[in-house]
Design a protein around this ligand. Structure first.
Ligand code: ZN
Length: 466
């Protein structure tokens, strides 16, 4: 039988097994003996391995951290990396998050698209290859991770013990193929203040944002000022607001003025899609407050070197390359009081550049300002060229099954599970134009998409392993 026919025959079973897996609430909890990420993730792992055995595959469980299911033999291995853990369900669901109810040909529930539906689709893809009698030269291995959502400890443990596949894909993002991911770094810019502002208005604090990888949508400054100054500021503000269109408001308290800036939140890899509330507020304070001192110097440098830019061009790191485009620069958090300022920055740097060069560029721009760069994390870029067989074969299968000849492989600023491996790319499960509901309420997968995923994976695995 052809792979198409087989996958079609498995349709009800794929739906049913996806539903069963969704019903296991596999949110990370405190570890227990043999269950490093708690009972839920462990139960999901055991479920997947038991199902794999029932489908006729050899399995192994690596102390509850991860597991795998194998088909065939060969010196080389083609891998599929999936994960069985989920983020907490949150609130506001139309249908219960762990009931896996079907409405309008969609399965609803936490983990349906991220990443349990794709995990089951990959298993049945491997089953179809087994039953088709097609011959393979390489081994196919599905690797089940158990804490993708909270630190990747599962796959780290696993890859310390097991040789990584020669090539792999992870159905944990979108189609067609994500063949490159920028480098990601989170670092801090810090300055301590030796002296106070010498003007009539004193800035007591500025606080905004709470996560480096989000564009902050709110920022608040508390100023010490009397009533008269408040009126001056009101005028300055209405000028500023009419010029910029930013949402900034003033509120008078006892000898205190609270200035609030409202921005638009967005993912830290897409700062251009948001409006940074911190940067808006600092621009206003820089234009409205007249004083001298360390604090004001800090605000001036911020406005000169960062301002409303999101590609780091004025702060010495406006780099780009031909495969992944421009560096993105997002100020995610500010925490400033009368003694110090700390800004947390999240950059996504182009694949062909190195973080060291970026740090050096920033340090050079900040020379003489007493603002220090405190180095942080570095998730190195990954890249598989478009003409690499992994990418070209996956693209061929994707085009064949979907008829989509237009969409090209992409590179992104985000990080996918593919980073856990060399020679790996993200491939599915979301099709171009589909709504992205991973980590949100009412997460679902369309049954038709789920089955199409299984067929694409079956053909892709055969192409790679034949
Ligand atoms: Zn995921």
């Amino acid at each position: 039988m052809s792979l198409e026919q087989l996958i079609n025959n498995y349709k009800d079973e794929i739906v049913q097994k996806t539903q069963e897996l969704i019903k296991i609430r596999s949110v990370e909890e405190e570890g227990k003996p043999g269950m490093p990420f708690g009972e839920g993730p462990n139960e999901a792992l055991e479920y997947a391995l038991k199902l794999s055995e029932e489908l006729g595959f050899k399995t192994e469980n690596f102390d509850g951290y991860a597991g795998h299911a194998d088909l065939g033999e060969g010196e080389e291995t083609i891998g599929v990396l999936v994960h069985l853990d989920v983020v907490p369900e949150g609130e506001g669901w139309t249908y219960p998050p762990y009931a896996a109810e079907i409405h309008n040909d969609k399965i609803y529930g936490r983990g349906t698209i991220d990443d349990k539906g794709p995990a089951i689709a990959a298993l049945y893809a491997m089953k179809a290859i087994k039953e088709s009698g097609l011959s393979l030269n390489k081994k196919i291995r599905i690797i089940f991770g158990t804490n993708e959502e909270s630190g990747w400890g599962g796959v780290k443990y696993y890859f310390d013990k097991v040789k990584a596949p020669n090539m792999a894909f992870t159905p944990d993002a979108e189609f067609p193929v994500i063949h490159g991911e920028k480098g990601i770094s989170i670092f801090k810019l810090k300055k301590s203040f030796e002296n106070q502002c010498n003007g009539d208005i004193k800035i007591k604090s500025i606080k905004g944002g709470n996560r480096p990888n989000m564009v902050p949508d709110s920022c608040t400054a508390v100023l010490e000022a009397n009533g008269e100054l408040h009126d001056d500021m009101k005028d300055a503000l209405s000028d500023f607001v009419s010029k910029t269109g930013y949402k900034i408001t003033l509120e008078q308290g006892d000898n205190e003025v609270v200035v609030r800036s409202e921005g638009v939140s967005a993912h830290g890899s897409l700062p251009q899609s948001g409006k940074n509330a911190v940067s808006q507020l600092l621009q206003f304070l820089g234009s409205a407050i007249e004083c001298e001192g360390d604090m004001m110097d800090f605000i001036k440098v911020y406005n000169d070197k960062i301002g409303m830019e999101y590609n780091g061009q004025s702060i010495g790191c406006g780099l780009e390359d031909d495969v992944s485009g421009k560096l993105t620069f997002n100020v995610g958090v500010i925490d400033m009081d009368e003694t110090q300022a700390e800004v947390v920055v999240n950059i996504r740097y182009p694949i062909k550049h190195e973080l060291e060069k970026i740090y050096n560029g920033i340090r050079k721009e900040l020379d003489g300002t007493n603002i220090e760069l405190e180095e942080g994390t570095d998730m190195k870029p990954i890249y598989v060229p478009k003409d690499h067989p992994l990418v070209s074969k996956l693209m061929k299968v994707y085009r064949e099954v979907t008829g989509d000849e237009e969409t090209e492989p992409i590179t992104i600023g985000g990080g996918t599970y593919a980073r856990a491996l060399d020679n790996a790319v993200a491939f599915g499960p979301l099709f171009p134009g589909q709504e992205e509901l991973a980590h949100q309420k009412d997460e679902y997968i369309e049954i038709e998409s789920l089955i199409k995923n299984a067929l694409i994976y079956a053909k892709a695995l055969y192409e790679l392993a034949k």
